[in-house]
Design a protein around this ligand. Sequence first.
Ligand code: ATP
Ligand code: MG
Length: 398
Amino acid sequence: MYRLLLLREGEAALKGKNRSSFERQFLANVRAALEPYPGARVYRSDGRVLVDVGDHPWRDVAEAVGRVFGVVSLSPVRTAGLAWEQIEEAAVELARETAGRIRSGGGRVTFKVEARRAGKQYPLTSPEISRRLGAALLRQVGGIEVDVHRPDFVLTVEVRPEEAFLFAETIPGPGGLPVGVGGKAMLLLSGGIDSPVAGWMTMKRGVRVEAVHFHSFPFTSERARKKAEDLAAVLASFGGGTVLHVVHFTEVQKAIRMHCPDSLSVTVMRRMMLRIAERIARRRGALALVTGESLGQVASQTLESMAVINEVTNMPVLRPLVGMDKVEIIRLARQIGTYEISIRPYEDCCTVFTPKNPSTRPRPEPVHRAEAALDVEGLTARAADSAETVDFGAAVRV
Ligand code: ATP
Ligand code: MG
């Protein structure tokens, strides 16, 4: 019954000079999201981006394209022929259905009609269309009344050269910029709640994200790794794919445990993570690192600690969660579908090796002395260069 989805784009359309490459990337990303739905396609028509859902249930297709960054909102569209009776009949059906969905317990539902003409050939003006349709709906649909100021639903009619579009439901999308217009970053993806959200927020700004996961088999189980893979798969669905680099971190952790004071082991471990991630990032053409760190959430997340950890890299380290509360992060994690994966109870490489009293305000000099006992270069190179690569769908390039 709904054959089309109308997609509303956000900022991409506003970006001046870059507009046409943004547009191409946006359409390519929508196309990638439609891959699991053979026969469905996206196209542009009279200034609108439309998705033909083919033979698939529109809600499934809407859910897939509704994850694509750049989509501000979408509406399932009903089409009708241009004869007045056809428009009226489709509007009546749509109003009945919408009022039924909104109404709970038999109350009255308010509406208004908004009409637009794409091309001015149609014999009625937009206000005339609105008035006539409004009157027809009041006559033919029970339990609805007009409220032009705060209606429960707006029924929009768009009269186009070949047919009319009617819609009454608007589903919010994620907004943001199409992934791929803003370069590439390397996300440090643990199995926790925060880092997948940090990845999502980075992608939202148009940046393609690949991920690094540090895995300490046999100290952490295959299920911990599977968690990171499942999280990467969710991230991939927002931007036409991602690549996960699984780093075997056991040798590094053993060396730290053997040679560094307990109280500094977490700091040294984080520095090693950044070094290894940076090496992989350079190899993959990523220009920045991304972490799920924020400030003050746990004892170790202090500015002092961040500064000492950050020393080892010249790459920008993005921390998109730094201004967010845990409650907000969890809300987002639920919304994007990573929360349920993140709370699976498997241990992480950090928790396994966490000492009883980690230093929460580490000073640089003791950390440098501790690291002098390690073959930092060799450990970094071996870990980075032996990382396994798991591909979650090809990134879309335009
Ligand atoms: P998260 O919920 O993302 O695990 P967190 O609040 O537990 O974050 P930390 O454990 O201090 O915070 O980790 C800080 C950041 O370091 C993580 O957000 C992530 O970016 C990175 N990180 C930690 N452990 C790993 C890992 N095993 N693999 C890759 N990155 C990691
Ligand atoms: Mg964690």
